[in-house]
Design a protein around this ligand. Sequence first.
Ligand code: FMN
Length: 217
Amino acid sequence: MDTATRSTTPGNTSAAHVTVEPSILYFGTPVVLLSTENENGSFNLAPMSSAWALGHVIVLGLGPGGQTAHNLRSRPDLVVNLPEPAQWPAVERLAPLTGRTPVPVDKRDTFRFEPDKFAAAGLRPEPSELVRPPRAAECPIQLEARAARVQPDASGAFLIVEAHVLKVHADPRIVVPGSQHVDPATWSPLIYNFRHYYGLGPELGHSFRSQTPRQAH
Ligand SMILES: Cc1cc2nc3c(=O)[nH]c(=O)nc-3n(C[C@H](O)[C@H](O)[C@H](O)COP(=O)(O)O)c2cc1C
């Protein structure tokens, strides 16, 4: 059994903390579904959660052996589809699949090849406007994007992809009427929290820079 050790370091003022060695550090980031183009012109769809935005650049952390990484090295177009919490079963249907054949050796025990991941997920491909891979129609936010840099991470075990967002599609349900703003009251990301799926809890407050503040409630 894994056991945590109590910290006895003299300078450690947080006596209640213990030192642990978790196998993964997925501390709760949104799940995205990446659509990319395969070499034969078909399309792949893969879940990932190491994704975040710097202005209109999306930064992605990818395992180098997957089909998504393979695709982005030679075909930079992609769509970053954001599912909502209720769609976690569709994400989990994709979880044991890879679009890569033969399946990479390190994945053979746990993953199987699937050429049509949209169908496997139960999601409908919908044409994009500026890039070749389709959007996942049911996802409330879809970002058409193009990878500008694909390079190794500091450990050499992953790839960091930086992609420019070219177009943002949003379900009208999550847009503040008459504005360009996504309404944080109606949009919730699906969060991957140490390999468990969560939605957001109720709003706690807002930043002083919010452009969508609401009356206290
Ligand atoms: C919720 C979730 C989050 C994931 N996050 C990542 C991630 O951030 N980076 C990554 O490379 N793989 C991630 N994976 C694993 C990939 O989905 C998996 O390696 C898949 O086989 C890749 O598909 P592909 O080979 O068709 O590209 C995640 C899987 C799930 C279900």
